[in-house]
Design a protein around this ligand. Structure first.
Ligand code: 13P
Ligand code: SF4
Length: 338
C-alpha cells in the first residue's frame, strides 16, 4: 500500500525495496524520465529483460557484458540501472564514484541466490588448486571468492585463456557450465545452481511447436537445460540471440529465454515472427519475476528522489573488482562487446 509521507517512504525502502509513494496519475512518465536524465546528468542502462516501456526510455540496452562495459566507461554522474541487483552492484564495483540507483532493491536473481557465500567457500576449500570462474549472475561475495568472472557472451574466451590442464570450478550455473564443458572439452567442477526462468521450458511443448512451425528456428540462452540446448539451432547470450535473428535469413523463431528480449527482436526485424518458448505449465513463468519488479513508476521515483541506491563495503568492492577486471581485459583483447 502506497504511503503519502515521504519520510516514512524513505524509511521503508530497506523493507519494501522501493519508494512506495503515490505518483500524480497525470504525469507523463516518459517525459519526466527524459527530463531527469538531463537535469541530473544520469545515464539509464537497461537489460533486454526489462519491460518494453523501460527499454524504450533507456540510453543503452544490452546483455550483462555490454551493461558492465557501459557502466565502467560512463562519465555521467548517476547510473540508473534497470536490471537486477547483481548488475547494478557490478556497475558500482566498476565505477564507485557514481551514484548507482536500482528502481527496486528486491530485483534479485534466483541464480545468484543459489550460491550462498558460506557454502561456496566450503566448496572451494574441497577443491584446492582449482581456479574459480564465476558467471556474473552472483553476489559480490561470490565474486570476491572468484578468480575470473564471465558472462554468456565471453565464457568460452575466458575458459580458453587458461591452460588446458588447469582445474577449474565453474559457478553458479550448472546448465551453462555443462554447456561450456561440452564446447571446450574441459571437465570443470560445477556448482549446483540454476535459473528458475530458463529451467521452466517444456521440451514436449517446444517439440510440438516445432512440428506446427517447421520453418521456425529454435534459439536458446545457454542457461537452458541440456535436452533443450541439444535441439536448439542457435545458442547464445541475449545480445548474440538478437544479432542472430537480425542476420539469419529465416522468417520465424521460437525463443527460449526471458520474453523481454522479444521487444528488441521485433523492433529490429519487423517482418519476422517471434514465438516465446512455452513453459511447462500455464503461468507466464518465462517472465523473470525479478527483472519485472522494475516498473516505469518505480524508475521515475528512484530518479526523482535518488533512492534506492547501491552502497557497498569498500573492502568487498575491491575484492570483487579484481575478477571482473580480468574478465573485461580478456573481453577487450578478444574484441568482445555486449
Ligand atoms: P545475458 O548476459 O545473456 O543478457 O544474460 C543475463 C541473464 O540474466 C540471463 O538470465
Ligand atoms: Fe536471474 Fe534467471 Fe532472472 Fe536472469 S532470468 S536475472 S538468471 S532469475
Amino acid at each position: 500500500m502506497a504511503v503519502i509521507n515521504m519520510e516514512e517512504a524513505r524509511k521503508n525502502v530497506s523493507r519494501v525495496g522501493f519508494l512506495d509513494i503515490e505518483i500524480d496519475p497525470t504525469l507523463d512518465l516518459f517525459h519526466e524520465i527524459e527530463r531527469l536524465k538531463k537535469e541530473k546528468n544520469a545515464i539509464l542502462l537497461a537489460h533486454y529483460y526489462q519491460e518494453p516501456d523501460i527499454q524504450d526510455v533507456a540510453d543503452y540496452i544490452g546483455d550483462s557484458l555490454g551493461l558492465a562495459q557501459q557502466a565502467e566507461k560512463t562519465t555521467a554522474d548517476i547510473i540508473v540501472f534497470a536490471g537486477v541487483h547483481f548488475m547494478a552492484e557490478t556497475a558500482k564495483i566498476l565505477n564507485p564514484t557514481k551514484k548507482v540507483l536500482l528502481p527496486d532493491l528486491n530485483a534479485g536473481c534466483s541464480l545468484a541466490d543459489s550460491a550462498p557465500a558460506d557454502r561456496f567457500r566450503a566448496f572451494k576449500e574441497q577443491h584446492p588448486n582449482h581456479i574459480v570462474i564465476s558467471y556474473i549472475n552472483c553476489t559480490a561475495d561470490i565474486k570476491a571468492l572468484s578468480d575470473i568472472i564471465c558472462t554468456s557472451s565471453n565464457a568460452e574466451k575466458i575458459i580458453e585463456s587458461l591452460p588446458a590442464d588447469q582445474p577449474i570450478i565453474f559457478a553458479p550455473d550448472k546448465n551453462l557450465g555443462a554447456y561450456l564443458n561440452k564446447k571446450s572439452g574441459r571437465n570443470m567442477v560445477l556448482w549446483d545452481g540454476a535459473c528458475m526462468v530458463h529451467e521452466i521450458f517444456s521440451l514436449e511443448k517446444i517439440t510440438k511447436l516445432k512440428v506446427r512451425h517447421p520453418e521456425a528456428k529454435l534459439i536458446a540462452h545457454p542457461e537452458c537445460e541440456e535436452p533443450l540446448l541439444k535441439i536448439a539451432d542457435f545458442i547464445g547470450s541475449t545480445t548474440q540471440l538478437l544479432k542472430y535473428t537480425q542476420q539469419d535469413p529465416s522468417s520465424s523463431y521460437i525463443v527460449a529465454t526471458e520474453t523481454g528480449i522479444l521487444h528488441q527482436m521485433q523492433k529490429a526485424s519487423a517482418g519476422k515472427t517471434f514465438i516465446p518458448a512455452p513453459p511447462n505449465n500455464s503461468c507466464a513463468c518465462n517472465d523473470c519475476p525479478y527483472m519485472k519488479l522494475n516498473t516505469l513508476e518505480k524508475l521515475y521515483l528512484c530518479m526523482e528522489y535518488e533512492t534506492p541506491e547501491i552502497l557497498m563495503d569498500e573492502q568487498l568492492r575491491l575484492a570483487a573488482k579484481k575478477p571482473i577486471e580480468r574478465m573485461l581485459e580478456i573481453s577487450k583483447a578478444a574484441g568482445l562487446g555486449g
